[in-house]
Design a protein around this ligand. Structure first.
Ligand SMILES: *Cc1c(COP(=O)(O)O)cnc(C)c1O
Length: 394
């Protein structure tokens, strides 16, 4: 990447699309490289993906999309049209029931918006409950008024306080014949939601699985078949090419063979190394932190107090503007919290992360320039900078 002058990035933030998602495993890269130089029968690739996903998830059928976002849209489209080719080609204009329910607490933004991904199919989004409370009667009332499908999201972004648990949500929908689409793009569990009876379960191939950009869907054969048929309609707009399909298959195979206990131990050792490196850093408390949704990831939680000499968002933005850029997880920085994620960090990179944090904190304390911009000022500035034009050399 040197020849294009790209800034090298050490990723201690996690699997983020904005950083290139994950480090694709060597065996997956080899498979993608191989298929990129050939022609294939794409229906054979889809059949291969179907077999591989079935085996990995226990579902009746599986399908690869271009991303989880696309999978949400296409699963909703499938629920609207079934296998009616005329209806598929007419989307996003549907003649049938178009209401798709989702708990208000699940209407989150993962970098894109869940309700937008639903609505892009032509569905009408029906919010259930309020921001931090959904009861069974909210779902039952929506079902009484008519639903084409219901969407359930598992993510650290959702408000879990007061939500309907997944098993209950699926059971109610199943008992009324309403298809359930589960978006758990970032969750390691490949079998739980399928076993509960979800009609379509969605993961990103490019997150923990370490594949190229892709979406993996497992579910009931009827639903998956109707999703495949969307290739004649909306699916074409979000096509998964041979590299995505082969990459997702190879990533699932590699995931099945990986020594997960050894990987968890490797990550925990990096986390403990960071805690040791940062011990005694003034105003910064570092401790282990379990994953928000129960994935087997040990992160380090940094809490900054006034003694630190800088706000958490300043630490993250200064780390990111260096060379190499060091990406820290800053989505809770308004609470003066920073998280360090070891998943995508190598043994060589790990000490660079803690050394950079120490260096930035010490420099800010010496200069006294780390507490100038309040969170409100930072937030306002981010709103302005949210859509930077890429032609910065104009
Ligand atoms: C990352 C994520 C998505 C989007 O996944 P892509 O494959 O990048 O489109 C959707 N939902 C949740 C919960 C996510 O974490």
């Amino acid at each position: 990447m040197k020849r294009w002058g790209l800034t090298p990035v050490i990723n201690a933030a996690g699997t983020m699309t904005s950083l290139g998602a994950s480090r694709v495993a060597p065996e997956v890269r080899a498979a993608v490289d191989d298929v990129l130089g050939r022609f294939v029968r794409i229906d054979e690739l889809h059949a291969l993906a179907n077999r591989t996903i079935r085996k990995a998830t226990g579902a009746e059928a599986g399908y690869v999309t271009s991303s989880s976002s696309a999978a949400i849209t296409l699963a909703c489209a499938a629920a609207l049209t079934g296998d009616d080719l005329d209806a598929i080609e007419a989307l996003p204009f549907a003649k049938c029931e178009t209401r798709v329910a989702v708990m208000m607490s699940h209407m989150v933004n993962y970098g894109g918006s869940v309700p937008q991904a639903i609505a892009a199919s032509g569905a009408e989004v029906v919010p259930l409950g309020t921001a931090a409370l959904c009861e069974t009667y909210h779902l039952e009332a929506a079902i009484r008024d008519g639903l084409a499908a219901a969407v359930y999201v598992v993510s650290h972004h959702t408000v879990r306080e007061g939500e309907l648990p997944m098993d209950l949500f699926i059971a109610i929908c199943n008992s009324h014949g309403v298809p359930v689409i589960v978006d758990m793009a970032s969750e390691y569990d490949l079998t739980g939601a399928v076993a509960l009876g979800a009609d379509a379960v969605i993961w990103s191939g490019h997150k923990f699985l370490g594949g190229p950009t892709s979406g993996i869907v497992a579910g009931r054969a009827r639903m998956i078949h109707a999703m495949v048929l969307q290739n004649r309609g909306l699916g074409r707009l979000m096509k998964a090419g041979k590299e995505a399909i082969v990459g997702a298959v190879a990533a699932l195979e590699a995931w099945g063979k990986r020594d997960h206990a050894a990987e968890a131990a490797r990550e925990a050792a990096i986390a403990d190394g960071w805690i040791a490196d940062l011990a005694g850093l003034q105003g910064v408390t570092a401790r282990r932190h379990g994953d928000w949704t129960g994935n087997p990831i040990t992160r380090v939680r940094l809490k900054l107090d006034a003694e630190a000499g800088l706000y958490a968002w300043e630490l993250a933005s200064r780390a990111m503007s260096g060379n190499p850029a060091v990406a820290l997880r800053d989505d809770l920085s308004m609470h003066q919290l920073i998280f360090l994620d070891p998943c995508n960090v190598t043994a060589e990179e790990a000490p660079v992360v803690s050394a950079r944090i120490r260096e930035i904190c010490e420099a800010a304390r010496a200069k006294g320039d780390g507490l100038k911009r309040s969170w409100s000022e930072e937030k306002a500035a981010r709103g302005q900078a949210a859509t930077p034009w890429i032609g910065d050399d104009a």
